[in-house]
Design a protein around this ligand. Structure first.
Ligand code: TRP
Length: 500
């Protein structure tokens, strides 16, 4: 793998690759729907604050760990102390659980891509999406029927991910580097067009005018934190794997800041497009902005379809838009499979990377079957909520504690200080040692309390238990089992924290 990477040594390519892996459905699909769900502008302040205070320092941590140790997500922590490898196992498991439904959203994009030349989606985007793409049932208990078309699209997605990986993620990232400015440009075009429609201004006000009261709502802060993790691909092992790529050490901090900046900007822009359009939809359809905005995981697809239908040459722009979404999604999935493959390979070196990737793709594709049923949307919503809240934030907390407090990681801290061309050394350390662990602990404690008191989204108990707590338990279980295994095999571990 590394030989291939060495052909592409420049910081710019690394940067584009990292931005390509961070920018994805998280920005265009997940961010706007969370903004809508949590009441508009109230979400933005916690989001950007946490992005800077927790997101960037953790991104520096993950990239620098990969850089320094040149290992995958499990071995990195194992080399600090063997049982800690469990953190990487939990990260990889959480990554797979997310990838399974993430691919389904990519499959929605693919279906919209194929539908873009028809006219059905332009007339009534909402009912088109529910009827033709989701085949959604009215209750989570009705999950018997599978949407064959969606299943077909899902299989195509995973085949494409595998093909994407074939020549190494690095090469495909060059492709992403080339097409990277296109999403920006397209979002701008849709935005400019949307601004000319009545109601746009009300949408902007809803999106950008904060009210102070909701800042006291811990639920909004938790959601914002999960979005920071999701969007920067933190707590999944992806960024640690990225750190393995060649890059001049001095650029780690700068790259992390630029990745976060680009990621935040794409999210902000796509949110703006969505809310300008919602403003227009509200003014012409008689519904309130609040009601429209709170429609959950389907929001972005419906609203973007509406926004695209307002453009002259709508089918063409829709085709390009969903193609971009599809490619960004594939790239995100590819970087996850790459990370899992690296983690597995370090423990089973005899199995080739291609074989592991194939198994991961097949496994995730099969797992995605459940989301192609009529109740798939409810399951997806539940897993997304629980895994991002509990698994990702716990992994993030553990990473910060390990690097911030373990004496063995002290040298790593010094190393990050010494290589920081942008001098954020002490600020970074404060965040890693005190601020991030404190924030994450409070948010996690609140979430455990809150989720045990309220049934998420009033879904049936079995859905919350299997898809919510069950999924979270799986990641914790993987973590625990690995820790036990590593403790028992401690004598076999000869690695040192410093390889060179
Ligand atoms: N960060 C990227 C995004 O916002 C990709 C990503 C996030 C991802 N979480 C993932 C990819 C989990 C695969 C699995 O879309």
């Amino acid at each position: 793998m590394n030989q291939k990477m060495d052909k592409l040594p420049t910081t710019a390519v690394f940067l584009f690759a990292a931005i390509g892996s961070a920018v994805g459905l998280g920005n265009i699909w997940r961010f706007p729907y969370l903004v809508g769900k949590y009441g508009g502008a109230e979400f933005l302040i916690p989001y950007f604050l946490l992005l800077v205070v927790v997101g960037v320092p953790l991104l520096i941590l993950e990239l620098a760990l990969g850089q320094r140790l040149h290992r995958g997500p499990v071995s990195v922590f194992k080399s600090i102390m063997p049982p800690l490898g469990g953190i990487g196992v939990a990260a990889s498991l959480a990554g797979c659980l997310i990838a399974i439904y993430y691919a389904v959203v990519v499959a929605w994009s693919l279906m919209m891509l194929f539908s873009s030349f028809g006219s059905g989606w332009q007339v009534d985007p909402a009912s088109f999406f529910f009827r033709e793409v989701l085949h959604s049932s009215s209750s989570p208990n009705h999950f018997y029927l599978i949407s064959t078309l969606l299943l077909f699209a899902l299989v195509i997605c995973w085949i494409c991910v595998y093909l994407f990986l074939w020549r190494g993620v690095r090469n495909s990232s060059v492709l992403v580097a080339v097409i990277m400015p296109i999403p920006f440009l397209l979002l701008f075009i849709i935005l400019l067009n949307g601004l000319s429609y009545p109601g746009a201004w009300e949408g902007i006000v809803y999106y950008l005018k904060p009210s102070v009261e909701t800042l006291y709502d811990a639920e909004v802060w938790v959601a914002a934190m999960t979005q920071v993790f999701f969007s920067l691909s933190l707590g999944l092992g992806i960024m640690i794997t990225f750190g393995n790529y060649e890059l001049t050490h001095k650029e780690v901090v700068r790259c992390a800041c630029l990745v976060a900046l680009a990621d935040g900007l794409v999210a902000l822009l796509s949110g703006l497009v969505v809310f300008v359009t919602i403003g227009h939809m509200a003014s012409s359809g008689g519904l309130s902005i609040e009601d429209l905005a709170a429609s959950g995981p389907t929001l972005s697809f419906i609203v973007f379809a509406k926004a695209l239908s307002l453009l002259p040459g709508a089918p063409f722009f829709a085709f390009i838009f969903f193609l971009i979404l599809f490619v960004l999604g594939l790239n995100g999935l590819a970087s996850l499979v790459e990370a899992v493959a690296l983690a597995v390979r370090e423990h089973f070196p005899s199995i080739s990377k291609a074989t592991i990737s194939l198994y991961v793709c097949i496994f995730c594709c099969l797992g995605g079957l459940i989301y192609t049923t009529g109740a798939g949307l409810y399951f997806l919503d539940t897993v997304d909520h629980f895994v991002t809240t509990f698994s990702l934030l716990t992994v993030g907390l553990a990473q910060a504690l390990v690097v911030g407090w373990l004496p063995r990681a002290l040298e790593f801290q010094k190393w990050v200080h010494s290589i920081s061309q942008w001098k954020v050394g002490r600020l970074w350390l404060w965040s890693i040692k005190y601020i991030s662990p404190a924030i994450l602990t409070i948010l996690l404690a609140f979430s455990f309390y809150h989720e045990s008191k309220h049934l998420y989204a009033s879904y049936p108990l079995w859905v919350v238990f299997t898809f919510g707590w069950g999924a979270v338990a799986l990641t914790y279980l993987g973590w625990g089992l690995y820790a036990i295994y590593a403790t028992e095999n401690r004598r076999n571990v000869t690695e040192l924290f410093y390889p060179d």
